[in-house]
Design a protein. Structure first.
Length: 286
């Protein structure tokens, strides 16, 4: 099959796009996803472009065999692949997830207790990711702050924030939670598309939750500094700065600016979420 000109995985295979490669074979690669769901999560992709597991059974079988090699090295794991939009496929180049599992990792599968918990959470919140259409009505929180670099092993803080929002939200309608990270790690084709979407989403939100676990090596958050400067005077911002992050001294100026503008400053994610929800439910918010 001829590869589309915009296939991210074909670009990685060709060495034209960045990726962290953890294993190579003659006919496949194992790479780190941009937003892994567990420590050690990898994607096994064939060097040949096939859209999904049903297109070329021979290529799919060889790719699955490599995924099974990785699976054999793990005590507990899932192997997952998808076909088609209704099968939740978003990147149309065959890729097989090898997902290490651990006790209480919170990853739901339809036949597990975790799924029951996720279903209950979905009734409380609706999560929207980068460049997805956000409803124009309904209470909304935007999760602002540094995002792990593509291809790295640093975990995102946003899943924990989403869980905390679901725990604390007691409204009569689902809370809209907006994350600027891409669903399944699929990045914007053009930088302007991402920036434009983020700007509009922050303007629409009832609360802009800034959580800044500053680490100059892995999550410097320089863009976050600019965004906070743009939003500090809106009356809709909340600033969370954990004192136990690697570089808390790099948050001192933001804390100073926040206090000058009357923006709540908190040190724990739980307290930051609480302040954000107070803004959402405040009938006198801007």
């Amino acid at each position: 099959m001829k590869a589309p000109t915009t296939c991210t995985f074909c670009a990685i295979v060709a060495g034209k796009a960045p990726a962290t490669v953890v294993r190579e074979w003659d006919d496949a690669l194992a790479i780190r996803p941009r937003s892994g769901v567990s420590t050690g999560h990898v994607l096994v992709i064939p060097r040949t472009h096939v859209a999904d597991a049903g297109v070329n059974p021979q290529v799919s079988a060889r790719t699955m065999a490599h995924a099974c090699e990785l699976m054999a090295e793990l005590p507990d794991a899932n192997i997952i692949t998808s076909k088609g939009v209704h099968g939740t496929q978003t990147q149309f180049h065959l890729h097989i997830h090898v997902v290490p599992r651990s006790t209480a990792d919170g990853l739901p599968l339809p036949w597990t207790p975790q799924h029951e918990a996720a279903t209950a959470q979905a009734k409380r919140i609706k999560v929207f990711y980068a460049r997805e259409d956000i409803p124009e009505t309904g209470p909304a929180v935007f999760l602002a702050g540094p995002t792990p670099r593509a291809g790295g092993d640093v975990k995102s803080w946003r899943p924990a924030a989403i869980d905390e929002l679901a725990t604390q939200w007691t409204g009569s309608v689902p809370l809209i939670v907006v994350s600027p990270e891409s669903r399944d790690g699929e990045r914007a084709e053009h930088y302007d598309d991402q920036v434009g979407w983020e700007t509009a989403a922050r303007q629409q939100a009832d609360a802009i939750l800034f959580w800044i676990p500053r680490d100059l090596r892995t999550m410097p958050g320089f863009t976050t500094n600019v965004e906070f400067g743009l939003d500090v005077g809106t009356g809709r911002a909340v600033l969370g700065c954990p004192p136990d992050c690697r570089n808390p001294e790099r948050n001192r100026y933001l804390i100073y600016v926040a206090k000058r503008h009357g923006v709540p400053v908190r040190e724990s994610l739980q307290a930051t979420v609480q302040e954000a929800l107070a803004l959402v439910t405040n009938p006198e918010r801007p």
